[in-house]
Structures are given as structure tokens and as C-alpha cells.
Design a protein around this ligand. Structure first.
Ligand code: NAD
Length: 440
């Protein structure tokens, strides 16, 4: 074994921060990770296919909400972070972290095309001593069944000549308490040496590292976490429908249940799931199991319930308008909040998009307000956020609170709009003088 591939030397380099880190994919996951490595004293090169993102980094400009602007600018100025579209620079790097998207395709199956494309580049430039870490969420087996055979084709042996691990990204956009730095990082190496070097690396950068026995365990950890959320949200969404039929306030029930100091964890109903993780990741697991002739029933049931929530909200709006002798056709409807969750600027998979589409199909005249999304493309046109003034509100027949951003003045909303459908309990405790509030 050549000297350069000794595990001891690799760990020494990590400890002395001589190790150079490549992050492939500079999005919601890759850019915060880049900043964490650079902040800890490692030189990082970000690899991106989106040229505008590479140019932004080169100018020291941040484009991800959770990354502090000044920190990124400073790290770029000190050349701790560089960015490139040129993968031939990979041999100069020691670590390669892969943070590319893992969406679903049109038929709802895993789309690994981004990972496969990166694999081609990594395979081409793999050299002895490289440490490769897959961070993208995926089904159990991806690291060992797809990445490993591809990389070993170079004639290099894993755990001896190069090192391979899976480490799920657990970032929660908009979370002020837990970011990349203080969220424990799970690591599963293909061999014990792989786990050892990757743990040594991450423990120099992040507060806590949790080792598991294999990449497939680490892959499953991420899917357990997100499936747990998806199923609990599906359960509470169904309970919201049940409580509605029984004329019980679900929000009051959850608040009271949450006073139990053990054995209960509150989840809240809403207009449906959004984002790149919770609506997508459990389908990676159920797809894998379908290929093994097993049907993951909990996952599929929760998915069905969660997917039906936008239509349920639209039905609530139609019923509420009906109470005031109006119908959706021709009604002026304001959607409040289009990002998929509170205080973030991401509209991927947002239920607001389904709600807008369904209302428009029924002839509703829909506008939106979102302090974090000034405009967005929707079915071939660009929609712009309306100003949230008393005049705008009073000119509407109905406002639907889809995302409960903290910058919105909900008292102003209920005092000025005649009808408010609240899917998030944002109007909790408010008692408007004249308008009507309908809760999920
Ligand atoms: N966003 C989240 O909250 C979150 C949280 C945890 C895990 N994840 C997982 O992390 C992964 C990345 O998600 P994201 O939200 O950061 O996606 P993203 O779309 O924000 O970023 C991905 C980046 O990868 C780039 N890219 C695509 N193909 C590339 C290639 N061949 N080479 C280099 N760059 C390429 C894209 O241009 C984009 O900038 C996914 O698997 C996702 O499920 C996301």
C-alpha cells in the first residue's frame, strides 16, 4: 500500500487541516456544508453545474437563506472557498462530498440520474487516497450497490486505496436552533477504515458524529426520520378531518394532549406536505420495497392522506364561500404564504401550488402574498406577491392561510378580510369583530 493511502497519514492530514474538500452540488445542503468545512479551517472547492451559482460564489455572494452573507463573503475573500464547474480539479481534492438532488421522476419512482452523473465524474478522476461521501437522501443500498461497483471499476479497493461512506444530510431550512454545525451527523462507512476516516473528518467540523455499522444503516436512518414525520403528519391530518366531522377543534385537542410529559409528541395538521424531503424520501423506501415484493402500507397510506390535503382545503374554501352565498368561480381569493413552510424561501413541492391550481381550475381569481417569495413561475406565467394592505385584504372574498410566516400581521388579516380559512392555526386567539375564521 503506498504511503499516501495510510489511514494514519490521512487522519494526520485531517487533524492538521491539510485535507482539501470538494462539495459537489452547492444547494440548500451543499452550500451550508461548504461553509461549515471552510469555517473549521478546511479549504473547500464547490463543484456545480449551475454556472450562475459558481459565479455568485466567486463574487462572494450568498443565495441560500440559512448561510450568513458576511461569513460566506469573508470565506471566499480568504480563499477558503472557491467554486468551479471543472471536474478535472477533483484529483487536487482529498474528500468528495456529493450533495446533488434525489427527486422522484414523473411516475413517482426515485430519480438517481444526478447521482449517476456525478458518479461518472468521480470515477473518471478517482485516485488513491480519495474519501467519497454520499450525502444525498436515497434508498438503502445505493452507496454499496451503485457507487461502490462504479468506483471499484478503477481497480482501486475500497477501505484500502479509497474510502467510501454514506452520511445523510439532516439540515432543516429555517431552523434557528439547529443548523449543520450542531445537528449530529450519522456516518456509515463501507469498511471500518472508511467509517474511521470519515468520522475523523466530520468530528473536526461538526459538534457530534454518530457512527453506524454500514452505509445502508445510515441510508435507513434518514428514511426512518422522514418517514416518521410523514406518517405522523398523515395521522394528524386524518385526525383533523375526523375532528371536523365530529365538530371538535383539533388544535385544542393537540395542545391538551401535548401537556402529557411522556409518550406523546405533537404533530400539527396542515394543507399538505412540501419541500424536497418529507413528500419525497418515504417514496424512495417504498419503491425499494416494491422491488422486493413488499408493500410499505404505512408509507403509502400517509402519502395518500397528505396528497389529498390541498383538495380538502379547497373544499373547505368552497364550503365557506357557499355559507356566504358565494362560489369559487369568480371569487377573489388571496393565498397567504406559498413557500412550503414558515419563514423560508423554498416553494419546491409546496401544497400552495396545488391549492392555487385547484382554485383556478374552479374559476377562482387567485392572488398571493408571501414575504419570502416576491415572485415565482407558475404554469408558464410569473406570479408576483401582492402587497398586504387593508385595501388588498378588504377587496378579497376569502384569504387562505397556507403558510404561517411570522412576518405577517394576522390581526390585520382577520380584521380586514371578510372570510379567512386558516390551515395553520395562525389566527389562534384572534377574535375579529366582523370577519369569519374557518379552521382546518
Ligand atoms: N433541502 C433540504 O432541506 C434537505 C435536507 C436534507 C437532505 N436533503 C437532501 O440533500 C440532497 C440535495 O438537496 P438540496 O435541497 O441541497 O438540492 P438543491 O437543488 O438545493 O441543490 C442541489 C445542487 O446540485 C447541483 N447539481 C445538480 N447536478 C449536479 C452535478 N452533476 N454536478 C454538480 N452539481 C450538480 C444543482 O445545480 C443544485 O445547485 C437531496 O438528496 C435532498 O433530498 C435536502
Amino acid at each position: 500500500m503506498p504511503e499516501s493511502v495510510s489511514v494514519q497519514k490521512i487522519i494526520e492530514d485531517i487533524e492538521e487541516k491539510r485535507t482539501r474538500v470538494a462539495i459537489i452540488g452547492l444547494g440548500y445542503v451543499g452550500l451550508p456544508l461548504t461553509v461549515e468545512f471552510a469555517r473549521a479551517g478546511f479549504r473547500v472547492c464547490g463543484f456545480e453545474v449551475d454556472v450562475s451559482r459558481v459565479e455568485a460564489i466567486k463574487r462572494g455572494e450568498n443565495y441560500i437563506q440559512d448561510v450568513p452573507d458576511e461569513l460566506l463573503t469573508d470565506l471566499v475573500r480568504r480563499k477558503m472557498i472557491v467554486a468551479s464547474t471543472d471536474f478535472s480539479l477533483l484529483p487536487e481534492q482529498d474528500v468528495i462530498c456529493i450533495c446533488v438532488p434525489t427527486p422522484l421522476n414523473k411516475t413517482g419512482d426515485p430519480d438517481l440520474s444526478f447521482i449517476l452523473k456525478v458518479l461518472q465524474e468521480v470515477k473518471r478522476y478517482l485516485r488513491p487516497g480519495h474519501i467519497v461521501v454520499l450525502e444525498s437522501t436515497t434508498y438503502p443500498g445505493t452507496t454499496e450497490e451503485i457507487l461502490l461497483p462504479g468506483l471499484q471499476k478503477k481497480g482501486l479497493t475500497v477501505g484500502k486505496d479509497f474510502f467510501l461512506a454514506f452520511s445523510p444530510e439532516r439540515i432543516d431550512p429555517g431552523n434557528k436552533q439547529f443548523g449543520a454545525h450542531n445537528t449530529p451527523k450519522v456516518i456509515g462507512g463501507v469498511t471500518p477504515a472508511c467509517g474511521q476516516v470519515v468520522s475523523a473528518l466530520y468530528s473536526r467540523v461538526l459538534e457530534k458524529v454518530v457512527s453506524v455499522s454500514s452505509p445502508r444503516s445510515a441510508e435507513m436512518v434518514k428514511l426512518l426520520e422522514n418517514t416518521f414525520r410523514s406518517i405522523n403528519i398523515g395521522l394528524v391530518n386524518e385526525l383533523a378531518i375526523i375532528c371536523n366531522l365530529l365538530k371538535i377543534d383539533i388544535w385544542e385537542v393537540i395542545d391538551a394532549a401535548a401537556t402529557k410529559p411522556f409518550g406523546f409528541m405533537p404533530f400539527y395538521p396542515g394543507p399538505g406536505l412540501g419541500g424536497h424531503c418529507i413528500p419525497v424520501d418515504p417514496s424512495y423506501l417504498s419503491w425499494k420495497l416494491r422491488s422486493m415484493n413488499y408493500r410499505a402500507r404505512f408509507i403509502e397510506l400517509a402519502r395518500d392522506i397528505n396528497l389529498a390535503m390541498p383538495a380538502y382545503v379547497v373544499q373547505k374554501v368552497a364550503n365557506a364561500l357557499n355559507e356566504t352565498s358565494l362560489c369559487v368561480r369568480g371569487a377573489k381569493i388571496l393565498v397567504l404564504g406559498v413557500s412550503y413552510k414558515r419563514d423560508i424561501d423554498d416553494i419546491r413541492e409546496s401544497p400552495a401550488l396545488d391549492i392555487i391550481r385547484l382554485l383556478r381550475e374552479k374559476g377562482g381569481q387567485v392572488i398571493y402574498h408571501d414575504p419570502h417569495i416576491p415572485s415565482f413561475s407558475f404554469d408558464g406565467e410569473t406570479l408576483h406577491s401582492a402587497d398586504l394592505t387593508p385595501e388588498t385584504l378588504s377587496s378579497q372574498d376569502c384569504a387562505i392561510i397556507v403558510t404561517d410566516h411570522s412576518a405577517v400581521d394576522y390581526l390585520q388579516v382577520v380584521e380586514n378580510c371578510p372570510l379567512v380559512v386558516d390551515t395553520r392555526n395562525a389566527t389562534r386567539g384572534l377574535q375579529p369583530s366582523s370577519s369569519k375564521i374557518v379552521k382546518l
